[in-house]
Ligand binder design. Structure first.
Ligand code: C5P
Length: 228
């Protein structure tokens, strides 16, 4: 059976302060999205890629696809108003001959091909997982300006993507969310809400999500180190 990859890429560049989709911003010599796609293409585990986008970005995204040296199918899928709606559209557009799907934010452009491979291998024995890393900071729960709790750090992990799921289970979770009006910021949260088990797969410290101009500078530094 094959593993599909959906890349939500239909956001705006608001927190980046950019005048266009942040995934089109240059990172060293190519756009952020191209780095993400090249890592996914280099992973033998991935057989098909769906990029979820807003139609006004289709021409620029297509130019990126044309520059990629691959025979893997890469499709454009229309995004929604939220990440959740975008992923739901992606799930509806999947080919029907696979049972596993990875979902990876376009903005996590430093994920390595090895991470995609490891994620797919893990998913073969799981209903759902997220890549995550143990948190290094002590985390405080705050109400207003007052700390109300300090959770035990041994139980705290920072969620990343890829997140991966058995396709049918995730589709059903999204349908339930539409019926019941649930709004969540990642797919694992939907899985948890319908009572399905989500496991942790060790992520990568460098797998940051490019959100602010500072993240872009850090990403550039990491890539230069990898190239040297
Ligand atoms: O905004 P944030 O960086 O948290 O978004 C995570 C990912 O979800 C990004 O890759 C973004 O392009 C995508 N997204 C989407 N559709 C939306 C909003 C965000 O595909 N409506």
């Amino acid at each position: 059976m094959t593993c599909y990859l959906l890349i939500p890429a239909a956001g705006s560049g608001k927190r980046m302060g950019a005048d266009r989709n942040k995934l089109l911003l240059p990172l060293l010599d190519k756009p952020i999205l191209q780095w993400t796609l090249e890592a996914a293409i280099a992973s033998p585990a991935i057989s098909w890629i769906g990029v979820i986008a807003q139609p006004h970005d289709y021409p620029e995204f297509q130019k990126i696809f044309n520059r990629l040296n691959t025979t893997k199918p890469i499709r454009l899928i229309q995004g929604g108003d939220t990440r959740q709606a975008s992923v739901f559209n992606g799930l509806k557009a999947l080919p029907t001959d696979g049972d596993r799907v990875l979902i990876h934010d376009g903005a996590r452009c430093l994920a390595t091909p090895e991470l995609f491979d490891r994620c797919d291998e893990s998913l073969q024995t799981m209903q759902g997982f997220i890549a995550a890393v143990p948190v290094k900071d002590t985390i405080k729960i705050v109400d207003g300006q007052t700390i109300v709790d300090t959770p035990n750090r041994d139980h705290l992990w920072a969620a990343q993507t890829p997140q991966g799921f058995q396709v049918d289970l995730l589709k059903n979770a999204h349908l339930t969310a539409v019926d019941l009006g649930w709004e969540v910021t990642d797919d694992a949260a939907l899985f948890e809400k319908v009572g399905l088990e989500v496991k942790i797969v060790m992520g990568e410290e460098t797998n940051l999500k490019v959100t602010t101009p500072q993240d872009l500078a850090i990403a550039e530094f990491i890539l230069k180190q990898r190239q040297s």
